[in-house]
Design a binder for this molecule. Structure first.
Ligand code: 3HC
Length: 281
């Protein structure tokens, strides 16, 4: 099966790796500039090299996985023969509309369209597209995290839902079926928790390290809310909070002012080298 992953950022490259690691899957990783797509593949190479260095993967396996990933722009030549598209571009509805409407023209009719959106409406993304669109929501880091939320939009067929669930299992993940709702399940719970951690930090109640230690040792979370915000990307955290607030009409989802300030200041977390922690060293 050939999968076109659109968007070579943190999630896109992780998703591409998750597919390429599975026998029988090849991937074309696309972005708006060739250098962005190549940058995504370089991230995968770095990840795989880490596994090799830890003795968890053979060098030959790494080469085999990388050999199954090509890179390019979103064109008929690169994605025209894909069986599945997983879109992981910016969380902006206009961009997603434009992307899927273009893909609709250049992809073969049997190709399934999936979006990795964190919280946008699948039904709205599907507007103007003449085929099924479904949510296939991965979690960061995508090669490691076992869950995939499978989100059916208003017009998504049961057949497409089943196909995506089967693919999720084939690549070693566990699918859960979710009805369309702001934030789906995980982000509805997790992202307000991160936002709350930011409010606590902004109030000066505890240091970033102590807030994270508190949740790691007090709630057995693998990482604290601020470190998790840095991992997910604070721009994504803000985008999800804004969707939750707009869709529910409830100010209980109001983004923390500090979150907004940090995003405006370009402190997005690991991807920009700086968030609640410094990643430049
Ligand atoms: N990319 C790829 N692989 C990674 C990685 C990354 N960023 N970070 C860690 N890994 C891999 C490591 O290579 C290692 O793999 P290996 O066993 O093959 O060597 C494995 O994960 C375990 O890593 P480590 O031993 O270095 O570290 P930990 O055991 O501390 O685990 C963690 C790291 C998996 C990130 C763990 O801290 C964790 O589970 N954190 C919570 C993550 C989480 O909640 N994610 C969901 C975010 S919400 C989301 O994504 C939705 C979106 O819409 C906002």
């Amino acid at each position: 099966m050939k999968v076109g992953v659109i968007g070579a950022g943190t999630m896109g490259s992780g998703i591409a790796q998750a597919f390429a690691q599975t026998d029988g899957y090849e991937v074309v990783l696309c972005d708006i500039k060739q250098e962005f797509a190549d940058g995504g593949k370089a991230k995968i190479e770095k990840n795989l090299s880490r596994s090799v260095a830890k003795g968890r993967m053979e060098e030959a396996k790494k080469d085999e996985i990388l050999g199954k990933i090509t890179t390019g722009l979103v064109e008929k030549d690169t994605v025209g023969d894909c069986d599945l598209i997983v879109e992981a571009i910016l969380e902006k509805m206009e961009l997603k509309h434009e992307m899927f409407q273009n893909l609709d023209k250049i992809c073969k009719p049997e190709c399934i369209f999936a979006s990795n959106t964190s919280s946008l409406s699948i039904t709205e993304i599907a507007q103007g597209v003449n085929r099924d669109v479904i949510g296939m929501h991965f979690f960061n880091p995508a090669p490691v995290m076992k869950l995939i939320e499978v989100i059916a939009g208003y017009n998504t067929s049961e057949e497409t839902v089943q196909k995506i669930k089967d693919i999720a299992v084939e690549i070693g993940k566990t699918p859960v079926q979710v009805k369309e709702a702001a934030g789906f399940v995980v982000n509805r719970i997790l992202v307000p928790m991160i936002n709350e951690g930011i409010e606590i930090y902004a109030a000066g109640t505890a240091s970033a390290e102590d807030i994270d230690t508190a949740m790691k040792l007090g709630a057995n979370h693998p990482m604290g809310p601020l470190a998790l915000g840095d991992l997910v990307g604070l721009d994504i955290v803000l985008a999800v909070m804004e969707v939750l607030q707009a869709e529910t009409g409830s100010d209980k989802y109001a983004p923390a002012p500090l979150l907004r300030k940090m995003v405006r200041g370009g402190a997005l977390g690991i991807k920009t080298g700086h968030g609640f922690y410094d990643y430049t060293k």
